[in-house]
Structures are given as structure tokens and as C-alpha cells.
Design a protein around this ligand. Sequence first.
Ligand SMILES: C[S@@+](CC[C@H](N)C(=O)[O-])C[C@H]1O[C@@H](n2cnc3c(N)ncnc32)[C@H](O)[C@@H]1O
Length: 262
Amino acid sequence: MRPVASSHPHRVELHGLSRALQAGVRDPAPAAFGRLRLASDERRPEAGQIRSRERVRDLGEVYTHQREVDAMLGLVAGMFPSAADPGNIGRTFLEPACGSGNFLEEILRRKLAFVTAQRYGCGERYEHRILRCLSSIYGIDISADNVAESRNRLRALVNAHLDGDLESAPASAGFVSAAEVVLETNIVQADALADVSTIELVEYQSRPGATFIREWSFVDADQRTPELFSPAPRRDKAPVHYSLLSAYPDPVTAPNAQGSAA
Ligand SMILES: C[S@@+](CC[C@H](N)C(=O)[O-])C[C@H]1O[C@@H](n2cnc3c(N)ncnc32)[C@H](O)[C@@H]1O
């Protein structure tokens, strides 16, 4: 696993797929969704680097230790917010073999550290910032249980952040539904080698008023030769307030009365 500069100016891709990984192994069970709020002891059923010999053999599954995760993310410190640049929360990360989410969780933790209620209040501005952190992190794994665990860990981390920051104040229902949508679009089960031209991810471009413009594109879009009649990427024609993301899963064509989506 190593961070690699990508052709996208603000994106780091974490390449973890070695030749030893065997493509074509797929877990048929769909990723299950839980509620946004999870008890902390539900977070990690097991936290070792290896689950079973069979999984090492079939999936090349050896999780990266936290020590190496920290060291590697330290190499790209400029991709994270800092005291000097607390607004640097939207840099994009793609982990094409994300496993149970060791890198994803630490990336989110480093982003969220600079999104506090003290800095942004505890309303829509704060929630939108948390969603900007979450929505700029992408993970792919061939195993359904790894995808489910990665989503659970990110969800639990958001919960812990909210608990620490908001004390007893609940997050809004619109935030909760948006976070679920983002986890679904950004952490996906797929074969990152064989399916690379069919894996579609959603880019959430932040806009004023706690909104996003979404653009759907294929993971290998950078490598594709443009064709004369290739369709334009699917994209929102108007900004969508985060609380409406779940109500509008497809591109919106015009603003509605609230100036958000329709
Ligand atoms: C060495 S582990 C690394 C996990 C994680 N990146 C980490 O550092 O902890 C490799 C992961 O790749 C996944 N994998 C294997 N083949 C894959 C493929 N063709 N596409 C996507 N994921 C794959 C396995 O399920 C496993 O979780």
C-alpha cells in the first residue's frame, strides 16, 4: 500500500492491489445498512491484521497496521487540514482495495479534527462541513463484509465526532440521511481490476448554502479516449441542499421553490 499522486490535482489514490491479489472473488451478500448511530462496541468485531488463512489466500487480505497507516498518511500531510489551513477538508482520496477501512477511517479522522461546533456552530454549516469530509473519501473492495465494515467504521467515527462536539444535541434528520447516501455512493463493492470501467462514483462538489453539485463518473474516466458522441457526464443542473440528497438520487434538472432541487 502506498500513496500515489494521481492525475487529479487534489486526489491521492492509495494503491493497495498487488499482483498477489486474486481478482474474481466476490461475496454475493449485499452490504447491509445499519442506523447512523452505532454503539462504540459495535465498531470492530475484530481488529487484527488477518482474519483467516483462506482470506489471505483468496483476497490477499492482510490489513495495514495503524502504525503504517499513520506513517503513510504523514507523507501526504498537505492533503489534510491543519492549524494553518483548517478549511482544507475537501481533498479527495480513493482506496481501491480498502479492506475494513483502516486508511479510510484515519483519513476521515484527520479531516474531522478541524470541523468543530466551536468553529462552525452546530447547525447546517457544521453538518455540511462534516459531509464535505465524508464525501471526499472513496473506497472499493471486492468483499461485501469489508465494504459493510468500512461503512460502519466511518459511520461510527462521525457519530463519535458528533457526540464529542454536540453533547446531547442530535444531528438533523437531513444530515443523517445524507451521510447514509454518501456512504452508499462512496464505499462500494466491486472488483477494482476487472470492473474498473463500470464502477461509477459520485463527486460531491461543495456549493454555498450547504448544497452540493453531484457529478457521476467512471473510475477510469481519466484514461478513456473521448469519443465523438460520448455522452456528457451525469451532473446536477442545480445545487442540491444536503438534506435533499436522499430524496433526489438522480441528477436534478432545475431548482425548486427552495432553490435546491427538482
Ligand atoms: C492487503 S488487503 C488491504 C486492505 C486495506 N487497504 C488495508 O490497508 O488495511 C487487500 C484488500 O483487497 C481486497 N481485494 C482483493 N482483490 C480485490 C479486487 N480485485 N478488487 C477490489 N478489492 C480487492 C481484499 O478484499 C482485501 O480487503
